[in-house]
Design a protein around this ligand. Structure first.
Ligand SMILES: Nc1ncnc2c1ncn2[C@@H]1O[C@H](COP(=O)(O)OP(=O)(O)O)[C@@H](O)[C@H]1O
Ligand SMILES: [Mg+2]
Length: 337
């Protein structure tokens, strides 16, 4: 298997009046083609910032201050003002024109809130037509319509509903439309940021299932961002657990659920409800995620950790690989910065 994406030493800073927050702090990871990587962690730990960095769409006042984001292109990307040659391309080196050619076509991003991302004044069909025309001005209307309907069909939306307006759809259907629009240009990499967070659990399960089917159909590689670890159990091949802008653990999904290494991963899993164990006592993690404007020395998780040692208060642990080739950033497993 080859890597589609290689991120190296990525750092993103938000300069605010209170000071500078490192939303993403020295993140490195590789993502193989056709795999799904889950990004999980509490709110504010840097998941969206990491996801949006890959599109170079970090919102103001955020700025990527360091790192490489290499994406594998199987074919040249030809656009009106030039060509991006196939092979690995560092997204950090691209100019705005080149980024526009890449966005949607190679990488698509599905935002969390479908209502603010859909235009209430135009039909679903027009949404699809606009996206497809922007990348391929010569595309025939019928071809765009066919492609849109094929995608919507995969998401359980009947073809005739394509002439409806966003408000005529339920929340779950609108989210499906968003996912469909993300797939309109047949991207290789789909980044879905909390795609089911605002939905009830039944609709959530259906949509995750449909996404898994579309992933196979379109040979997608996916990054699925969620604060809910349970969502990733069935969908992700690997899971990266983030805390304070850093990756604390990166493991294959099964291993992570069976034998979580990092104390933070363990605490997160203890707070996931399990319907098969109704007697299990749910716990939560005391304290709150750290203020990234005012970082503490050592491991950022140490004030909430059950296993804090002296070294945890002074030295930040780096990600190390254990004997099973799992990655963990914790002094309990040795390693140093
Ligand atoms: N617009 C912003 N202004 C200032 N700081 C921000 C902004 N957005 C994010 N941050 C900082 O980046 C951190 C990570 O945010 P984010 O990536 O949105 O986390 P998540 O998606 O995991 O909830 C936040 O805790 C905050 O410190
Ligand atoms: Mg987010």
């Amino acid at each position: 298997m080859t890597d589609l994406l290689r991120i190296e030493d990525l750092a993103v800073e938000y300069k605010t009046r209170r000071g500078t927050a490192r939303g993403v702090d020295n993140v490195s990871l590789n993502l193989e083609e056709n795999k799904t990587l889950g990004l999980a962690g509490e709110s504010g730990c840097g998941k969206s910032t990491l996801g949006r960095s890959i599109m170079r769409l970090v919102p103001y006042p955020g700025k990527i201050v360091n790192g490489k984001i290499d994406l594998l292109l199987h074919e040249d990307i030809v656009f009106p003002k030039g060509v991006i040659e196939k092979g690995f391309v560092n997204i950090m080196d691209l100019n705005e024109e080149e980024l526009r050619a890449l966005r949607g076509k190679e990488i698509a991003y599905i935002f969390q809130d479908p209502m603010t991302s859909l235009n209430p004044m135009i039909t679903v069909e027009t949404h699809f037509q606009e996206i497809m025309k922007a990348h391929d001005p010569d595309i025939k209307k019928e071809e765009a319509l066919d492609r849109a309907q094929e995608i919507l069909d995969g998401l359980g939306i009947s073809p005739e509903r394509i002439t409806d307006y966003p408000h005529q759809f339920s929340g779950g259907m609108r989210q499906r439309v968003m996912i469909g629009l993300g797939l309109a240009l047949r991207p290789k990499l789909l980044i879905a940021d909390e795609p089911t967070t605002s939905l009830d659990v039944i609709v959530e399960a259906q949509i995750l299932e449909e996404m898994a089917e579309l992933k196979e159909l379109f040979n997608l590689t996916m990054i699925l961002i969620t604060h809910n670890l349970g969502v990733l159990a069935q969908t992700a091949d690997d899971i990266a657990i983030m805390y304070s802008g850093r990756i604390m653990e990166l493991s294959p999904t099964e291993a992570l659920f069976e034998d979580p290494l990092h104390p933070y991963t363990q605490a997160l899993l203890e707070s996931v409800p399990d319907v098969s164990k109704p007697d299990k006592k749910l716990s939560w993690i005391p304290g709150a995620p750290p203020d990234l404007v005012d970082p503490i020395p050592g491991c950022m998780y140490n004030p909430r950790c059950k296993h804090t040692m002296d070294i945890c208060k002074t030295t930040q642990p780096g990600l190390i690989m254990n004997d099973e080739e799992r990655l963990v950033a914790c002094h309990l497993f040795g390693g140093e910065k």
